[in-house]
Each structure stands twice: as structure tokens, then as C-alpha cells.
Design a protein around this ligand. Structure first.
Ligand SMILES: [Zn+2]
Ligand SMILES: [Zn+2]
Length: 137
């Protein structure tokens, strides 16, 4: 089923450089999460720049967030639930040497599936999948 709810439009006077590119990227991020906030699973309406660099619109750097979680990301409060996807992103890089998106591309899974595997502690399985995708290449 196609994702039909379009993200909130921002005005042209955006704080973000290269704004039309961000708009396209944002749609992809919302598709990736099926419109869900990646922190609390609520209804995502905004994207957060993980590295806080507002010109870095790479998919890996964008997190689909609801208003509330986005607020907590910027005001230092803890998000509503564990499994903070922000921590998850640096964790995948540390643990596997690749970002979640790179791994998803390599082994042909979604990042959501990947995160759920990591949360479940199945890191060995992911390492094996990465290894075998390299062997095939
Ligand atoms: Zn949220
Ligand atoms: Zn943000």
C-alpha cells in the first residue's frame, strides 16, 4: 500500500539550506517509517537532523519524529521510550562499521527490520548477513 499522507509543508522561508531537496528526502523518510515517529512510534510530522547539521539531508541523517519527540531531542529531555533511534544510528556504525542504511542496502532489508534485530540482540546474524553479502559481491 502506498504511503499517501504527505508531510507537513514548510514555508519557503525555511531555516534549511537546499530546502526542496530536503522536502524530497523527507518524503522518503516518512515512507521508510510508514509515517511513524522513529522514537515513540507515534505520528511523525517532522524530520530531525541527527548530526544537527541542517544542510546534511542524507537519509541516514534524517529521523522521522513526532512533534513531541522532536521537541525533546532539541531540549535535551529524554524521549518517551528507549530504543532511541539516534543512539541506534551511531551504534550500527560502531558495531558493524556501516550505517543502518548502508547495511539495509547490502543485505536487502529495511532499516526498521535492522533496528528490531539489534534491539533483540541478534547482532551476530546481521554480521553474518553482511559477511555473506560481501562474499556474493
Ligand atoms: Zn515521537
Ligand atoms: Zn531537529
Amino acid at each position: 500500500m502506498a504511503y499517501t499522507i504527505l508531510p507537513v509543508e514548510y514555508s519557503d522561508k525555511s531555516e534549511y539550506p537546499n530546502h526542496s531537496y530536503l522536502k524530497r528526502q523527507r518524503i522518503l523518510v516518512f515512507q521508510r517509517t510508514k509515517g511513524r515517529c522513529e522514537i515513540c512510534d507515534g505520528f511523525a510530522v517532522e524530520t530531525h537532523h541527527i548530526d544537527e547539521d541542517k544542510s546534511n539531508h542524507e537519509l541516514d541523517n534524517l529521523l522521522a519524529v513526532c512533534k513531541r519527540c522532536h521537541g525533546s531531542l532539541h531540549h535535551g529531555a529524554r524521549p518517551r521510550r528507549d530504543g532511541n533511534a539516534r543512539g541506534m544510528t551511531s551504534k550500527t556504525k560502531r558495531t558493524f562499521g556501516y550505517t543502518a542504511t548502508e547495511i539495509a542496502d547490502m543485505i536487502g532489508c529495511s532499516t526498521t527490520w535492522l533496528y528490531s534485530k539489534i534491539r533483540a540482540g541478534d547482532e551476530e546474524e546481521i554480521k553474518n548477513l553482511i559477511q555473506s553479502s560481501k562474499t556474493l559481491a
